[in-house]
Ligand binder design. Sequence first.
Ligand code: HGY
Ligand code: MN
Ligand code: MN
Length: 415
Amino acid sequence: MDINIERLKSTLMELSKFGYREDDKGIYRPGFSEADFAARKWLMSIAEQEGFITRMDGVGNVIIEYHAEDVAPDTPAVMIGSHLDSVPAGGMFDGTLGVIAGLECIRTLKAQNIKLAKPIWVIGTSEEEGRFGGMIGAQALTGKLTPHQILTSHDPDGIMLSDAMRSQGLEPMEALSARLNPNLIDSFFELHIEQGPVLDQTGVQIGVVEGISGVFKWIVKLIGKADHAGTAPMEMRSDAFMGLADFAYQINRIIAEDGTDTTRITVGKAELKPGFAHTIAGEVDFTIVARDMDETVMENLAASCRKALSAIARKHKLMFEYEQVSWLTPMKCTPSIVEFIAQQAQKLKLNYQVMPSGAGHDSQFFTDITDTGLIFIPSINGISHAPDEWSHWHDVQAGTELLYQCVLTKAVNKN
Ligand code: HGY
Ligand code: MN
Ligand code: MN
């Protein structure tokens, strides 16, 4: 096939050096960090050297355009996108695979001088992972980002999104100018690692995603009373840690009563204050991230979590408050695009299965403004959001060839 897997591999390995830490072999490229923007500028520079038109929009999305000759400037573009930021101690493929595979597609098209009827854009979105709520770049591109979000979003350490944007030379409200005209988008494709065990366990090489899970994220504060760990009798304590422990113990009950088999509830970050061994925790700040494929289920889960936390506060003599940092609704990929991708996979004789996505993706913001498809390749042992996230290069090649086939088929046809 046409794509050059060695070229893709070496570009992806280069990109993974930005934010890489030798001590835990993890990648630290949180949205709007120095490493994140160094990676963005590097990607723009190599694309420019290869003759592509590149730009960074008002919210840090990198856009690389491949314009075929004599195509009217307002011809809707076929878009390939995913994110360039990472979680802390992230892996090498999450997000970046989709961007570099997209670059490989336009590199191949350019090298073969194939006559296209539509432009192709490769987009490296910003702040997908949730440092400031998640999918900030995709929300801006699709007109969903609000001035309120820009001015009030902050990360768990209290850093404001607007300050982080300014630190990278961006004027926060300029993020609103990133909105794309839907009439200039023909379709949107994303190639991503599955980040789960399904394909790896079934031995199927390709996932064609039909729906993407919704997710909400809370920052919760339980406030009790710091006290002496030796003298305060157990029954007289207002121990914030015991409140968190009680909530953690109730997660399975909440899912059993109000969730489904696609429900996931995670406490990924917790901080005890003052955080000293001989002092009872007077406060605990922690995150709750809950997901499901159905928005009504998400609403029931949110109600159930509130109820549990209120009861816990009473039981442990605590106060509880929470901030809803994000609420991303579950989205269906465009059925005709799911069918189209499946047809292209059949043409390439790739074994594939149609499946849901438990992880959120930029695609879920494109689905209501353009035909949108999401392609998965297997994650070895289903691991992701960790340094040992890995995929086989032959699966990377198969996924990129399918992406290339989809984009080529769309871009050579006028309609
Ligand atoms: O966490 C997620 O769902 C995605 O990796 N941002
Ligand atoms: Mn991702
Ligand atoms: Mn991720």
